[in-house]
Design a protein around this ligand. Sequence first.
Ligand SMILES: C[S@@+](CC[C@H](N)C(=O)[O-])C[C@H]1O[C@@H](n2cnc3c(N)ncnc32)[C@H](O)[C@@H]1O
Ligand code: SF4
Length: 365
Amino acid sequence: MFGVYVHVPFCAHRCDYCDFATWTDRAHLIDEYVDACVEDLQRRVANGQPDAASVFFGGGTPSLLEADKLVRILDAIPRTAGAEVTVECNPDSVDAAKFAAYRRGGVTRLSFGVQSMRPHVLAALGRTHDPANVQRAVALARDAGFAHVSIDLIYGTPGETMDDWRATLDSAIALGVDHISAYALTVEPATPLGLAVAAGERPAPDDDDQADKYAFADDTLSAAGFEWYEVSNWALPGHECRHNRCYWDGSEYVGIGAAAHGFTGGRRWWNTRTPERYIARIADGPDAVTGDEVLAPAARVEEAFGLALRTRSGATVGRAAAPVIGQLASAGLLTVEEDRIVLTRPGRLLASDLTARLLLAGAPG
Ligand SMILES: C[S@@+](CC[C@H](N)C(=O)[O-])C[C@H]1O[C@@H](n2cnc3c(N)ncnc32)[C@H](O)[C@@H]1O
Ligand code: SF4
């Protein structure tokens, strides 16, 4: 399966916790940026880029672009019949006309950054929308005919009680979406949140609280018919995000736009980080790639193993690690399904540690 990721590095406001490649003062670059993305794509298509089964507009805030600009980029991407096309949206920057234009243009799936349905938690995260905006945005998506709507949630924000998290999950389920991603709040050093935590002005999230909230989310979402298919992702059966799968199963994808990453021909590569440099690099040609690496076969196996272990399908294992796998299974951290191992919920909370331990024991099969 081949995928295309398009990065839109513009936001109306910078959230306190976010260190993504995005800017709040560069809206004047949008037209040139869209032109550069289209040019980059046209060159790649002329060089034989295959039809995409999945396209993902991520950000930043792709929904900040006027719909015709986003659709211009989408039009430059040859796609297979029935391709999944996702647009990340901020609940503040959407309306009925935009969604209608997305639908006409071939967008099939929307993903909203919701984070919380509790106003004081949203304020603590530095978000600008309120829960009513989310309800309005999801209702607009449904009215426009989108069958696939996802939301992102963040748990473990200091000040968020278990009751707050329960209320967020209940409201999220009541929205009637088919996919939910839930991430533990991560304190990134170079963000307002990171600086405030380092200065002792704000508390850091608590690991045990986040573990309890993960377990609670998994119970609540399972009871509502959502199945986990990756550590941080739950979907109604058959509604998993195809683009995510493309990253996890080693498929090829190209990255278009500032700071976007690609993986083609066994090579991982990334574009220059700022929108100005991206525009300039595309003007100079032939592309905006600023770095790449070819993983040695052993490193590729290890990376694929770690990614697979985070998924519900699990990772295949050889015989070498049988003693360690036996110990971890007895400790309730994983289950063995023929030649595959699948993490249990306690195991999912320790996914990185377990991956390291299993690699040391020579587990990949
Ligand atoms: C790039 S944002 C895209 C959505 C859109 N920009 C918005 O925020 O409404 C992707 C998601 O990453 C998650 N995220 C970003 N920074 C995070 C952090 N420091 N800790 C946990 N989750 C984070 C949020 O859930 C966010 O919705
Ligand atoms: S979380 Fe989303 S809206 Fe907030 S700054 Fe990051 S990309 Fe922009």
